[in-house]
Each structure stands twice: as C-alpha cells, then as structure tokens.
Design a protein around this ligand. Structure first.
Ligand code: HEC
Ligand SMILES: [Ca+2]
Length: 340
C-alpha cells in the first residue's frame, strides 16, 4: 500500500498511530516488511494491539508499518515523497498572515480552530488569554502538517481542499483524501492557499549571530539558528562537563524592539532540555539588566514562546537546570521575535 502521506518527524507516536489508523482500517496484509526498514528506538506498543514502526530509509524517506498483536505486518505505508528537512519558516509571517486563517469562519460559520482545538495531528487553538502559547502551538502544528520537500503533498494543502468524508484515502477525490471538515478552500486561487504558498516560498532573513558558554564539536551554537530542527547546539558531553548555568547569547546585529523568544527543544530526546530558565536583554552584550523573564519548561518537544518587551541588540537565554537534573544543555532552535 502506498500513499502520499507526509509524516514529519517530531509527531508523537500516539498521533502517528491515529493518523496511520486511517490507512490501516482495511487489513491488506500480511505484506513484506519494507526493504531497508529500520526499527528505531522509540518504537512503541499500544494498548490496541497495534504497533507502529517508523523508519527513516535512504536518509529522508519516512516509512510507517503497523503490526497487529500476533506481530503480523498488517499494513506498510510507504511514503512516496521525500521529506524536506524539517525547517522553520518565518514566525512573524506566521503570526501576521497564516495564524489568522485558522480563526476565519467558513460559509458554515465554523473555523479551523472550531474543530481542531483537540485534534491530534493538526491541533490549532484560539488565541484566548495566552497569546504566546497559542502562537507557539499553532506554529508547530502548521509546520508538522507541511512537507517542505513537496508542499503540494502536505496535509495542510490537501485536507482543506478535499470533499467531505471520513478522512481516509479516496480514489475519486482530487486530493486522494476526504476531510471530515469538508472542503474549506476551493482551489489554488483561494487567498488562504496563496498565503501558505507565500509563507513557504519566502526567502530566509539574515540569521543572528549566536554564541554560547560552550559546545561539543559538531553541535556549535550556530546550529540553534540555522532553521533546521534536526541540528542542535549542545554543551560539552565529554571531559569536565561544566554544569549549569549555561547560556546562549543571540546578537541581532542592531538594536530592535523585542517582542518575545521562541525556543524549540531537541525533538528526539530529553537530553539537555532546559527546565528552569531566565532571559535578559542588553544593548552592548556586556551589561545585562535584571532578567526580564523567568520560567519553567516541560520535558517534551513542544515549541515554547516567552513574551518579552524591551529595546535591545542582545538577548541572553540562561538555562538554570536540566529536565532530568543532568549537566548539559541543548537547543534545536531559538528565534527572537523582534521588529526594527
Ligand atoms: C467541521 C469540523 C472541521 C473543520 C471546520 C475543519 N476540519 Fe480539518 N479535520 C476535521 C477532522 C474531524 C479531521 C480528522 C479526520 C480527517 O482527516 O478528515 C480533520 C483533519 C484535518 C487535517 C489532517 C490532520 C489531522 O489533524 O487529522 C488537516 C491538515 C486539516 N483537517 C486542516 C484543516 C484546516 C486548515 C481547516 C480550516 C481551513 C480545517 N481543517 C477545518 C474537522 C474539521
Ligand atoms: Ca537547528
């Protein structure tokens, strides 16, 4: 069974199971285990008796296999698209042009958030009282539902243009799928569709200069600002292992109005994820005021946004402890939300 499903790494396995179920409801097995299929740590067994295996073969292609209780392979879903590396797109464009699309009512008076606030894969929530949390959650969800290597194959492009149905594969549908929420955007001329395309095609801006109190070879501070969710900054993992606090300093190269900081923890494991942190601002990189924000982050791969206000050129994220009490700190990405 082949499908043009794009599964991006970083989707929790329970979510993966629910999206894979749509393709596994008609048992088609047993079929051969895909060649080169590689069981990875993180494979999980679920109470339902189904096990989901996710393997990355040939570098970037993602395959999914589902086994039943008797370990028979009932279905192997082989993604026939190559995934683009998971990459951050502009946060400010997302806030200004994309996020508002999710709260715009359709002809039936319902918006995406009206149905998707508790959905597993594409979970988008209304702004409510905590604007930063909603921004981070919706931004992460939108990126999860996009395959940047082949945007047109993305669920975010296909679902809102699919006819009403149970959500699974449908040969007669122009997108190959149905959508429980019915068609929302009629075609490629729809403003929402064009806004999404514009967001993906937008050239990347000038990246900030990032320095840190230490790093392991291959995990330099710049890896936290390259837009790639798979590359990390990581403090030393060998030798004297200097413990916390650790810090990352982002130099915006000019004084800017600071609105917030988005942090993306490493997506694959807990190692080095920060628990307690504080953020300080500086105009010259030498003199730092009192922290402008303090907080605690959970041990999960969720994007997190800390609202800030102030005028500065340098932003310092200082980690005070690790989620597991260990000595190292890591970060996949950090983005300062600022305007000139
Ligand atoms: C009336 C309810 C409803 C509305 C409105 C709705 N959806 Fe959905 N959507 C669903 C349900 C239920 C599913 C899961 C079953 C399926 O795949 O159709 C889903 C699935 C999806 C998926 C696949 C990932 C997932 O979470 O399962 C995407 C992407 C998606 N919708 C995008 C959108 C977008 C974008 C909008 C707004 C333009 C929207 N939907 C509006 C009900 C809705
Ligand atoms: Ca990175």
């Amino acid at each position: 069974m082949r499908c043009r499903e794009s599964l991006t790494r970083g989707i929790p396995e329970t979510d993966l199971l629910s999206s894979t179920r749509q393709f596994a409801d008609q048992p088609v097995g047993p079929v051969d285990r895909p060649e080169g299929f590689d069981d990875r740590p993180g494979v999980d067994r679920h109470g339902s008796g189904l096990a989901v295996f996710v393997g990355v073969v040939e570098d970037e292609r993602v395959d999914v296999a589902v086994e039943d209780q008797a370990d028979d392979l009932v279905v192997a879903v082989e993604a026939d698209v190559r995934l683009g590396r998971p990459r951050l797109l502009s946060l400010s464009t997302f806030r200004d042009r994309i996020n508002p699309l999710f709260t715009q009512s359709g002809e039936d008076g319902v918006s995406c958030v009206g149905c998707h606030a508790n959905q597993n894969v594409f979970r988008v929530v209304p702004t409510g009282s905590s604007e930063g949390d909603a921004l981070a959650a919706n931004y992460q969800s939108a990126l999860k539902a996009l395959n940047l290597g082949d945007p047109e194959s993305s669920l975010l492009f296909r679902k809102p243009r699919s006819p009403r149905g149970a959500g699974g594969l449908e040969g007669t549908s122009p997108t190959g799928l149905t959508h429980n929420g019915g068609p929302r955007w009629e075609g490629a001329d729809h403003p929402a569709y064009r806004a999404l395309r514009g967001w993906i095609d937008e050239p990347g801006g000038d990246s900030p200069r990032i320095t840190a109190d230490g790093y392991s070879p291959g995990f330099e501070p710049g890896a936290a600002g390259d837009g790639d969710l798979d590359t990390l900054w990581h403090t030393e993992t060998e030798g004297a292992l200097p413990g916390y606090p650790h810090e990352l300093i982002i130099d915006l190269k000019a004084s800017k109005k600071i609105k917030g900081l988005l942090a993306v923890p490493r997506q694959d494991r807990s190692d080095g994820r920060v628990r307690d942190f504080e953020i300080s601002l500086s105009v010259d990189g030498t003199t730092w005021g009192q922290p402008v924000a303090r907080g605690t982050w959970p041990d999960d791969p969720s994007f997190r946004y800390v609202p800030l206000s102030g005028q500065a050129r340098f932003v310092r994220l200082r980690g005070l402890s690790e989620v597991g009490g260990g000595p190292t700190m890591s970060l996949a990405e950090v983005v300062v939300d600022a305007s000139p």
